[in-house]
Design a protein around this ligand. Structure first.
Ligand SMILES: [Zn+2]
Length: 274
């Protein structure tokens, strides 16, 4: 049996960057990438928008793993076009799974639903800019110097199996010169979570972004979550719980601060068991 193989212009190009132009222009479903001078047709190379964006990220050495935010590489209008491209790709997946998407009423439109769900919901944190977290000064004589612990509900997805991850993050900080609104902690945590993640990385990402938004180096994040990939498949462990902790600054160095953080988590859990 002979197999038709169409090389991806990005990943199978023998001359790297040969086709790369400075800008890509989204033009609806089809995108035309300006060809380099050495292209034989001296014209435009037809491709997908996703291909053009991948090419640009590769050229910039921009990492685009499932847990990375790539919003700097998207124009506002790109998402709708990418959803169109992903719909076609999901249709192919359903066809390969031998699902009759023409006649099965429940599978009609599934490809598009999947495409929209990935871009607008379960992976939205990859394509959206960081939430706007307006900071308020905390520099008066009676400034708040205590610990703040915020409990944030999380929904995420494991990048290995694309199975849901559900849990909570407890975010602790020692207030620095900036304070952000309480809901912003959860918005930042959810922005980090709505990607393909590993729980260990997610915990690190939340700590880093909270530190950035608050200018505090004293940050702690404790995440506990259940993973669909352990519950619905594989070991089918229905009560497994994964816990991860990242401690920075005084949370790491001072045992009293660390204890206060975990005592606060216990109080939170008494208040609202998950
Ligand atoms: Zn998994």
């Amino acid at each position: 049996m002979t197999k038709e193989f169409t090389p991806d212009p990005v990943f199978h190009s023998d001359a790297d960057n040969k086709f790369v132009a400075d800008e890509y222009t989204p033009l609806g479903k089809e995108v035309f990438i300006k060809a380099g001078e050495d292209m034989s047709d001296k014209g435009y190379k037809e491709g997908t928008l996703a291909g053009a964006i991948r090419m640009k990220m590769r050229r910039d050495n921009k990492r685009f793993w499932a847990g990375d935010n790539i919003s700097d590489y998207l124009h506002d209008s790109d998402k709708e076009n990418l959803i169109d491209e992903a719909t076609i790709a999901f249709e192919k997946v359903l066809d390969t799974l031998l699902i009759d998407r023409e006649n099965d009423p429940n599978s009609k439109g599934t490809a598009r639903r999947l495409a929209k769900m990935y871009f607008n919901e379960i992976m939205a944190g990859r394509y959206e800019q960081a939430p706007d977290a307006t900071a308020f000064p905390n520099d008066s004589t009676d400034r708040y110097e205590g610990m703040l612990v915020v409990r944030s509900e999380l929904r995420s997805m494991c990048s290995h199996h694309h199975q849901p991850v559900a849990g909570v993050a407890y975010i602790g900080i020692i207030a620095a010169n900036k304070l952000i609104g309480l809901s912003k902690y959860t918005r930042i945590a959810q922005w980090c979570a709505r990607r393909g993640t590993l729980q260990e990385e997610l915990c690190n990402d939340i700590a880093r972004e909270i530190s950035k938004a608050t200018d505090s180096e004293n940050v702690a994040v404790y995440v506990q979550a259940v993973h669909g990939c352990c519950e619905n498949r594989g070991i089918m462990a229905h009560s497994s719980l994964t816990q991860t902790t990242v401690l920075k600054g005084t949370f790491k160095d001072d045992p009293h601060t660390k204890k206060e953080f975990f005592d606060n988590i216990k109080l939170q859990q008494e208040f609202a068991p998950r």
